[in-house]
Design a binder for this molecule. Structure first.
Ligand code: ZN
Ligand code: FE
Length: 252
């Protein structure tokens, strides 16, 4: 059975560790020491490294990890990824740990950003977060909306493994956008409770994101109305998205 756990790294990054028996795959190693220590402690063989995008906090551990574990590195072909031996651009299907893994192109946060979809488990880096989404650094709001729509079309029960523990702040913002969304209020309270106990709020499910994440709800009347208070021109999903994304940038 595929087991998925996390290695906490840096301030709020999650390095995901997948293992099937003693064979392991890691996703977005922003820090080497934590990964090497964990692989040694659990006696795991590193079979592959997946990288969602080039930002330092998702790949800074690669040089030292590769010195210790010469594993293939999968990452965006169009981005600079240390030791990338398996360049990908989305649409590929790869086999890892005996499982099928689909590669999805989800540009917006960066232009080459990828997601890795294992059966029932999505690793989506800094594109879709629990309760929020990544900043649009390189792409356009329209690209980000398309990318989020691609993820939102996956089965509701898909587990969402994102790259950061940003959930509490994201949900504070979600409450500001949709104060009447009781699901968001409940989720926000639960997230605060979990964080108080030092527990991760990730993974979430796609169903929960669709019900409470404002960035997946840009066609909902309440989200459109909230966006229009800041920008009366916000009507279609892209302009609503762009408006609330800018609002979030100022919010915290
Ligand atoms: Zn990033
Ligand atoms: Fe990041």
């Amino acid at each position: 059975m595929l087991e998925i756990t996390f290695i906490p790294a840096l301030a709020d990054n999650y390095i995901w560790l997948l293992h099937e028996g003693t064979d392991a795959v890691i996703v977005d190693p922003g820090d080497a020491k934590a990964v090497i220590w964990r692989l040694k402690a659990e006696g795991l063989n590193l079979k592959a490294i997946l990288v969602t995008h080039f930002h330092t906090d998702h790949q800074a551990g690669l040089p030292l990890i590769l010195e210790n574990y010469p594993a293939p590195v999968f990452g965006p072909a169009s981005e600079s990824i240390t030791g990338c031996s398996q360049p990908l651009s989305g649409g590929e299907v790869i086999e890892l740990l005996g499982k099928r893994c689909q590669v999805l192109a989800i540009p917006g946060h960066t232009l080459g950003h990828l997601a890795y979809l294992f059966p029932g488990a999505l690793f989506c880096g800094d594109t879709l977060f629990a309760g929020g989404c990544g900043r649009v650094f390189e792409g356009t709001p329209a690209q980000m909306v398309d990318s989020l729509a691609k993820l939102a079309a996956l089965p509701d029960e898909t587990l969402i493994y994102c790259g950061h523990e940003y959930t509490e702040a994201n949900l504070r913002f979600a409450m500001a956008v949709e104060p009447g969304n009781t699901g968001t209020a409940k989720r926000s309270a639960e997230a605060a409770f979990m964080r108080l106990r030092g527990r991760p709020t990730v993974p979430s499910t796609l169903a929960l994101e669709k019900a409470t994440n404002p960035f997946l709800r840009c066609s909902e009347p309440a989200v459109i109305a909230a966006a229009q208070q800041r920008n009366p021109e916000a009507k279609d999903p892209v302009s609503v998205f762009a408006t609330i994304r800018e609002w979030k940038n100022e919010f915290c």
